[in-house]
Write a protein that binds this ligand. Structure first.
Ligand code: AFD
Ligand code: MN
Length: 406
């Protein structure tokens, strides 16, 4: 069934049918780094059972997928996940029901990148970063990945440190050098972030910078919206709507925050904001009068980009998947015909009530029913905790060196 049809059910259709896409169509991508030991600059609290290799990260992603049924791809981070034989690695993942998702470049940890990478004042350092991201394009080709994701930690810490205008020129020039190495069916996602690790200026700091750079680079360059990468109070769903209107929303790095780039479980702090974002996606997928946005929305990648510093990682990822699935299910319950009518007549309260009413609906019993019908646990989180898998994994991985951000 075409995607738009499956999300365009009229309000008279039974709710369980209207939310069906949240089980049959929604695909959520897991981050390999979401399973490893992470922390803050104040310290890391290692956990038992953490993967020691990229293969064990795939094993853990496959575990989440066994319980949720909608996380069929795992994003990689290079060089953290580098292996010797990429086709063999992709086959290992496929045997466990997983595709290789976005290939995330890392030009923010090598010592040469202290003053930046693609925007660095040194041509030699810029060339090194270009080669690193071209390698990600080659890995995408070798693994069947459809996304190369570029997040740059580039920026400056003090006024006068460097010329911010020329840093933008370098950025565009070097992304244009990388771009031809993208396989024809692979998109480049350019991710913005307000601050950190740079503390005075960040070279790809907001959606406007990312959007204008993508347009300067090429059709396959799109914007990645990390929900934790905005100043407090920013209307993220409006950014999503604008990028959809322009056909330049590639995907999300989903997490939640209270103050900064906290990488908490998506929907755990502000589920209403997550619902409002989900509504923009569903509304665009339903909008036959805006084919650019409709197509863009149907191709969006929903990746979790989270760090579970004090909580067990696999249950946290399962809960994140459930939170996003619930937000999407609620968005699918919005009565679009009534909403359009209320908007057209300026019936402010009714238009708002229609959204609030959908958000207030408890979709958990309906999702439990859909999961059961698919042979999945009605409550994936509880089922995993009761399975004893965590304890068995901790015992099986007692030796070796747990993976982290390195
Ligand atoms: C960090 C960055 C950014 C990036 C991710 C993977 O803040 O979100 O997407 O690492 O590189 O979370
Ligand atoms: Mn991110």
């Amino acid at each position: 069934m075409p995607l738009t049809e499956s999300v365009a059910r009229p309000a008279t259709t039974p709710a369980i049918e209207r939310i069906g896409w949240a089980m049959s169509g929604l695909a959520i991508e897991l981050p390999s780094w979401g399973f490893v030991n992470t922390g803050t600059r104040f310290g890391v609290f290692p956990q038992p059972g953490v993967p020691r290799t990229a293969f064990e990260k795939v094993d853990d992603a496959a575990t989440v997928n066994r319980y949720t049924g909608i996380t069929g791809s795992v994003a990689l981070h290079i060089p953290w996940d580098r292996v010797d034989d990429w086709p063999a690695f992709a086959a290992y993942a496929a045997e466990r029901g997983l595709r290789i998702g976005g290939i995330n470049s890392n030009t923010f940890q090598d010592q040469d990148y202290k003053l930046g990478s693609l925007c660095h004042p040194s041509a030699a350092v810029r060339a090194k970063a270009v080669r690193a991201i071209i390698e990600c394009c080659e890995i995408a080709a070798a693994t069947g990945s459809k996304v190369v994701k570029v997040w740059l930690g580039d920026g400056t810490n003090y006024p006068g440190q460097d010329d911010m205008r020329w840093r933008r020129h370098r950025l565009v020039e070097n992304l244009r050098e990388i771009y031809p190495h993208l396989p024809a069916d692979v998109r480049m996602f350019l991710e913005y972030k307000l601050y950190e690790p740079a503390l005075y200026s960040t070279d790809v700091q907001d959606w406007g910078q990312a959007f204008s750079v993508c347009r300067a680079v090429g059709e396959q360059a799109t914007v990645c919206v990390d929900t934790g990468h905005h100043a407090m109070g920013v209307n993220i769903e409006q950014i999503v709507a604008i990028l959809l209107a322009e056909g330049r929303l590639g995907g999300f790095d989903l997490n939640d925050k209270k103050y900064g780039d906290d990488d908490l479980m998506v929907g755990s702090i502000d589920p209403y904001q997550l619902f409002r974002i989900a509504h923009e996606l569903v509304n665009a997928m339903r909008d036959d009068s805006d084919p650019v946005a409709q197509r863009c929305a149907s191709e969006v990648v929903y990746m979790l980009d989270q760090c579970h510093n004090i909580e067990p990682k696999i249950p946290a990822l399962i809960r994140s998947v459930m939170n996003l699935q619930e937000a999407m299910a609620k968005a699918l319950l919005v009565d679009r015909a009534a909403l359009l009518a209320a908007q057209a007549t300026g019936d402010v309260l009714e238009a708002n009530r229609l959204l609030a009413d959908a958000f207030a609906t408890d979709v958990r019993p309906l999702l439990a029913e859909l999961r059961t019908a698919r042979g999945l646990p009605a409550d994936p989180y509880r089922a995993y905790l009761d399975s004893g898998e965590a304890e068995a994994r901790a015992a099986a991985r007692a030796g070796g060196t747990a993976a982290g951000w390195g």
